[in-house]
Structures are given as structure tokens and as C-alpha cells.
Design a protein around this ligand. Sequence first.
Ligand code: CU
Length: 226
Amino acid sequence: MNDKTLLGIAILTLVVASASLTQTFLLTATVGDQNRHINQLASQLGDLAGLVSSLMPSTSSATTQSNNVVYLDVVPDFGGSTYDAFVLASTLGSNTPNASSTTSVAPNNNITLAHGVPVKFVINNLDTAVLQNFTSQVSVPFTLYNNTDSGQVALQYAQGETISNMAISHTFTIPDLQVSIPIPVDTMVVFTYTFTTPGVYAYVCTTPCGPGMGLAGYMLGYLIVT
Ligand SMILES: [Cu+2]
């Protein structure tokens, strides 16, 4: 039995236990029994919650982020010449990404996240091509780090600030949420975002960057917000 099955059983047990105890409570509880039932329910819920949380880390897959931090690389030519891609850093392992990473199957770059908690995105752009001069207002505050000049001071961009002609290679854009973060050449972009509503949100690059643009697994992925 794998961890996902165990997790499923744990959640099912939690639901059944809650329903059963609630029913028992409603049908039979006298005033004297109420505290005992409540304590029993709390204890069982606590045990099951502990079991569920103990299983969570071992169920992490390529699509699940732990600690609410998403490490995403932008890899030029990941899917062959000009097929740039958003790639989950966790799927790269110790491999140095380059054109030889080409695969015939689109890589999975979907990301599962929880709503209601701040999620930190760390986007590492390995692309050195300037593909667009980006002019816009900052939708979400972000910090820019330069990858190659290690001494460079991080640049902060505040919400509403105007960016003019920034030399970018890609963007990280969530069209449904009016989020659009520019990704300059050879930089690391860090920002925090809290999703308020569960759902599935596409994230895309809006810079004309080749055939990977709008292609699932390349410059298009999905945020599965639970
Ligand atoms: Cu792009």
C-alpha cells in the first residue's frame, strides 16, 4: 500500500469517524455525555490529523510543493531549439538543464498549492536572450536578483510602480488573477502571492518566445489551488 492510498484511507476514516460521532452525539447525548463525546471526537480528529500530516511529506511528487515555496526554472531550449519551458526545479535533480534535455513528452510543470496561505515563488531564469522590452505597472511586488553578478544588490519593485523598457526574456503571468511578473534576462525573481480561492489557474509567459509559448508543459502550466 503506498502513501497516497494510506492518505486516502486516513481522510476517509476521518470523514466516517466525524459523521459517526456527530450522529451518536445528536441521538444519544445527555448533558453529561456531551463533554465526553466532544473530547473523544477531538482526540480522534487529532490522531487522524497527525497521521495525515505525517503522510504528507512522503506523498510529495513533482507537482506538489512543500513549505509553500515554489522553485521554478525557466530553461531555454528545454524541449528542443526555441522550445523554452517553465520547469519545476525539483524535476531537474542534479542535471544541468540544456538543449540535450529534450524530451518527446511534454514535461509536467503543474503545481499544487494550498489557498489562504502565502506562497513564495522563486523563479530562476537561465535564459540569456532578450525577447521583449517590458513596460507595465507592477501587479505584485517582487524582488530581482542578478544571477551572474553575485555582488549585485537585490532590486525591489513595489506594487503600482511603473516599469519602463525592462529587458526581459519571459513573464510569469496568471491571466485570471491579473498577475504578471516580468522575468529579465539571467535573473532570479522572487515574489509572494496568496491565492484566496481554490481552483485551477493557468500560468503562462506572454512574451513572444517561440513555439513553447502557450504550449502545456513548456511556457504554460497549471496552478492547482486546493
Ligand atoms: Cu516565454
